[in-house]
Write a protein that binds this ligand. Structure first.
Ligand code: FCB
Length: 447
């Protein structure tokens, strides 16, 4: 069986973070408000009233954090640019101090020999745009393209590849359909125009980036869908869920068409937002790489009671679970990668794992669950690559413990422990393990 040391030469080792989860400094140097600032202030929205106001204070401590990355020997670092830091109102005036921060960050990364991989939108929409309808407003897509141009013009001379959006599926479902994330709307399927406008934003920004000679990726949270049984109702429910979770954003970008949502009981014109030519704007720019955030498979059954949703999500009881309660199934990654190839064939661009990791309950000595999680997933990844999957890199989630959205600081995903009272960083055993793996892989492939 191939293992992680068999990953090809040139395979890129990385770590990932996101602006609102680590930066803090929400009121500094001209940053505008984001929907997450607003959501965190809503009573009961985030566990224990936690907010990202300080987070890991990375805005001030980025040099120390890049030192930690350098210590790991990373090839790449995936971070996100905070739109409200660069264009505080979301549209109009650019904030030079905000751009200057990312300029310093990029230079410091390059100085440490690490390639920056920025994501332009990781959920922190400027509040000014939310006030005008957020992603339900088509205009937001055009404002995103303007913002992409500003950032690319400043950093594109040093940053070769860009991710437009992070997990538009999760942002649409949690933010607009269920309301458990910012902006906290509970629209169920009426949220679908927000999905279409994010796709349009991706397409418009992809053209902006390509015009500047830059590579474009899109990161989504994908999941292999497991029917709870082989009964016809369970199979139908699983197929409907698969379409919603995995194909809503991938089909339009890779194939130039929206998937058929009729099995979900969604009226045909539910997008209500699609204008002639939109799918071309989304599809024509093409994708240089698809980012995959993999955490777990999803087991789906037919609904037990009639309701709005034609599926129930059920647990995978025989799998171990992380501190977050997510099932740990490394082989799901292999199934996912092969399933994508089967479905999209030659339309599938090279893949990068842009997130994978787990939260672990503290205190853990010596951080063994995280090491086990990463090693089993990387071994499985190596098997999938040996079987033909074209995967070019792996960015673990996450470098640091950070603000885990609605869970506040309760889920610890970091290779580095953060004491949020003192901001002290302490590398965990998984940090040393990853450092050794990267060095050993590099040495063996150089031979
Ligand atoms: C992903 C998000 C990321 C982080 C991990 C645990 O869905 O992209 O910001 O919260 O989950």
């Amino acid at each position: 069986m191939p293992d992680r040391f068999d990953l090809p030469a040139g395979f890129r080792w990385g770590a990932a973070t996101a602006a609102y989860q680590i930066e803090g400094a929400v009121g500094e140097d001209g940053r505008g408000a984001s929907i997450w600032d607003t959501f965190c202030a809503r009573p009961g929205a985030v566990r224990d009233g936690h907010t990202g106001a300080v987070a890991c204070d990375h805005y001030h401590r980025y040099a120390e954090d890049i030192g930690l990355m350098k210590g790991l020997g990373l090839d790449g670092y995936r971070f996100s640019v905070a739109w409200p830091r660069v264009v505080p109102a979301g549209a109009g005036a650019v904030n030079p101090a905000g751009l200057a921060f990312y300029d310093r960050l990029v230079d410091a990364l390059l100085g440490a020999g690490i390639t920056p991989l920025p994501t332009l939108f990781h959920w922190d929409l400027p509040q000014g745009l939310e006030d005008a309808g957020g992603w339900l407003n088509r205009d937001t897509a055009y404002r995103f393209a303007d913002y992409a141009a500003v950032v690319a013009d400043r950093l594109g001379d040093r940053v070769p590849a860009w991710i437009t959006l992070n997990e538009p599926f999760v942002h649409t479902v949690f933010g607009y359909a269920l309301g458990t994330h910012a902006p906290g709307r509970t629209m169920m399927f009426e949220a679908l125009p927000a999905a279409h406008h994010q796709l349009l934003a991706h397409g418009l920004a992809a053209t902006v980036l390509h015009d500047r000679g830059l590579e474009v990726m899109l990161s989504n949270n994908l999941t292999p869908v497991w029917p709870a049984s082989s009964s016809a109702p369970d199979l139908a429910a699983a197929s409907a869920y698969d379409t919603l979770h995995n194909r809503l954003f991938t089909d339009p970008v890779l194939l130039g068409r929206h998937p058929d949502l009729s099995a979900l009981g969604v009226p045909e014109d539910i997008y209500g937002a699609v204008r002639p030519g939109d799918l071309d704007l989304i599809h024509a720019p093409g994708l240089d790489g698809l980012g995959i955030n993999y955490y777990n498979p999803t087991r789906v059954a037919a609904p037990t009671a009639p309701g709005l949703l034609p599926f129930d999500l059920v647990d995978i009881p025989d799998a171990p679970h992380t501190a977050f309660g997510w099932p740990v199934v490394p082989d799901g990654l292999r199934q996912l990668l092969h399933g994508l190839k089967e479905l999209y064939g030659d339309a599938l661009p090279p893949l990068t794992i842009t997130e994978n990791g787990c939260s672990v309950t503290e205190p853990t000595t010596p951080d063994q669950p995280r090491i086990d999680f990463m090693s089993t997933h990387l071994d499985t990844l190596a098997t999938a690559v040996a079987e033909g999957a074209d995967v070019r890199g792996y960015y673990t989630w996450s470098l640091l413990d950070n603000f885990e959205w609605a869970e506040g600081y309760h889920q610890r995903f970091g290779l580095v422990h953060v004491d949020f009272a003192t901001q002290e960083r302490t590398p965990r055993a998984s940090y040393g393990w990853y450092r050794k793996l990267i060095a050993a892989h590099r040495a063996s492939r150089a031979r």
